[in-house]
Design a protein around this ligand. Structure first.
Ligand SMILES: *Cc1c(COP(=O)(O)O)cnc(C)c1O
Length: 485
């Protein structure tokens, strides 16, 4: 074993800070994915101080750390008041993915014990978040994916209703969907579920803290929460439009009876009696404390003012995009999220190569817009998550977008070698050896020793052309090469 020398604390911290210089900025309104900037002075410092105060507390056992129960009841109570119905109960989790995992687990176990379903199905729209596929994968449910309306990108309530069977454990509606930011017909989907005795989850991970405050700010927001008849659970991320640091979400259930199916208790070992409401065992009290502190500090009026700023950023961005030739906004974005595609000519079909060149050109100008690939007839697009800090940046963004679009149009299109596409289509993703994987990754410009490419268009155009299972295999191999130890 080689030994590492101890390093002075300032040296360690200096290295951490230096590493951040290669990252996208998380504050300042130029990174339109992954980060949520309220633009409120002092909020980050408050969250950090609250985290620090609880960093060493173990949320595993509220009988030893009663403060954790008090904070969680406050946070879940706030979510229930905003989005719940009388009798609603819930849990604080580490994020949207965990909230969704737990809601699917509760539904699976409810289906098993109450309805005797042994091979449960999860009915979702094509636009449902990938976390539902992950949950089904982890928990052994079969997914039934229902195409969405190709013009509005909303779930098709009639088709969703028709997809329900005696095996359906849970059906999902999004408010809004991540991919296009449109709100599904929650009421119709929930009513169809209730009519068949099926549970219905509303994925309000991104919209849950924004939509009620947008309504308070005077915007039109359709009913979408647990007060809608037939909705039985809901997820809402505090680390999105709640502006808490990452690692904060809530899953709510219509009542305690349903929430019970989420819990795991185990007494069949010689250690301490185990009861885990969530996926984790030991967990820091810090994430809960920082979320609690941010909710307390911002308050309902603060969130309403922040929602109004998001709406203002969105209105101005949408107006600017509509006035830009060759850009098409997808659907009617409800709140915060905007997805648009670009066409080679004004009336032409979406042009993937041009779109990805545009994303690269914007990145060179200091903006991160998130590329989303085509799926099942739905066009590829660039996706923006708008936060209050973006308000002051919209004009600069639109200015750079116009220049970047001109620059992108002047670039030669990225194409996939037809031979490679044909070869790839014939590969069995499950049977690829390390050398074949290495050569495909190298071809895509993702050789393991080279670091990340500065322009992603060639990589993503290739990825877009590959069959789904091969795409997934390559993504896993690629990320394995990033985390190479
Ligand atoms: C973010 C998001 C999720 C997943 O949440 P994570 O916090 O990234 O785990 C699920 N659904 C929607 C609609 C989301 O926006």
């Amino acid at each position: 074993m080689t030994t590492e020398p101890a390093r002075p604390a300032p040296d360690v911290l200096a290295e951490l800070h230096a590493l951040r210089e290669g990252d996208a900025p998380t504050r300042g309104g130029r990174t339109f994915a992954y980060v949520y900037d309220a633009g409120l002075a002092g909020l980050d410092e408050l969250a950090a101080a609250a985290y620090t105060a609880y960093a060493t507390v173990n949320g595993l056992d509220p009988t030893v750390f009663p403060s954790v129960a008090r904070l969680e009841n406050d946070v879940v109570g706030a979510a229930a008041r905003l989005l719940g119905a009388p009798g609603a109960q819930g849990t604080f989790t580490s994020g949207g993915t965990e909230s969704i995992l737990l809601a699917v687990k509760a539904a699976r176990d409810h289906a098993r014990t109450v309805r005797g379903i042994t091979a449960p199905q999860l009915v979702i729209a094509a636009t449902a978040h990938a976390a539902f596929h992950k949950a089904a994968h982890y928990l052994g449910l079969d997914t039934v994916v229902v195409p969405v309306d190709p013009d509005t990108f909303r779930a098709d309530a009639v088709a969703m209703a028709a997809a329900l069977t005696d095996r359906t454990a849970l059906v999902v509606a999004s408010a809004p969907s991540y991919a296009h930011g449109v709100i599904d017909p929650v009421g119709e989907i929930a009513a169809a579920a209730a009519a068949r005795g099926v549970l219905c989850h509303v994925d309000a991970c991104i919209g849950g803290w924004l939509l009620p405050h947008l309504r308070r700010a005077g915007r039109d927001v359709p009913p979408f929460d647990l007060s809608v008849p037939g909705v039985t659970s809901l997820s809402v991320d505090l680390h999105k439009y709640g502006y808490a640091d990452k690692g904060a979400s809530v899953v709510l259930y219509r009542d305690a009876e349903l929430r019970r199916h989420q819990y795991f208790a185990h007494a069949g070992w010689p250690g301490y009696p185990v009861v885990n409401p969530t996926v984790q065992g030991t967990k820091s009290g810090g994430l809960l404390a920082q979320a609690w502190a941010v909710l307390q500090h911002v308050g309902d009026d603060g969130y309403t003012a922040l929602a109004a700023r998001v709406a203002e950023a969105s209105d101005r961005l949408l107006a600017g995009l509509r006035a830009t030739e060759g850009i098409k906004i997808l659907g009617e974005p409800a709140a915060g999220l905007v997805a648009f595609t670009v066409t080679g000519t004004t009336a032409g079909p979406p042009d993937l190569s041009l779109l990805l060149h545009l994303a690269d050109e914007m990145r060179e100008r200091g903006w991160y817009l998130q590329p989303q690939l085509s799926f099942d007839g739905l066009p590829p697009n660039l996706h923006l998550t708008l936060t209050p800090a973006a308000v002051g940046q919209v004009d600069a963004l639109l200015g750079d977008l116009a220049t970047a679009l001109r620059a992108a149009r002047a670039l030669p299109p990225v194409t996939v070698d037809p031979g490679l596409a044909e070869l790839a289509a014939g590969l069995d993703p499950g049977a690829l050896g390390p050398e074949e994987i290495a050569s495909v990754l190298a071809f895509a410009g993702l050789g393991s020793d080279k670091g990340l490419p500065t322009r992603m268009a060639p990589v993503l155009v290739l990825l877009d052309a590959l069959p789904g299972p091969l795409k997934e295999r390559l993504l896993a191999e690629f990320i394995g090469s990033v985390f190479r130890v």
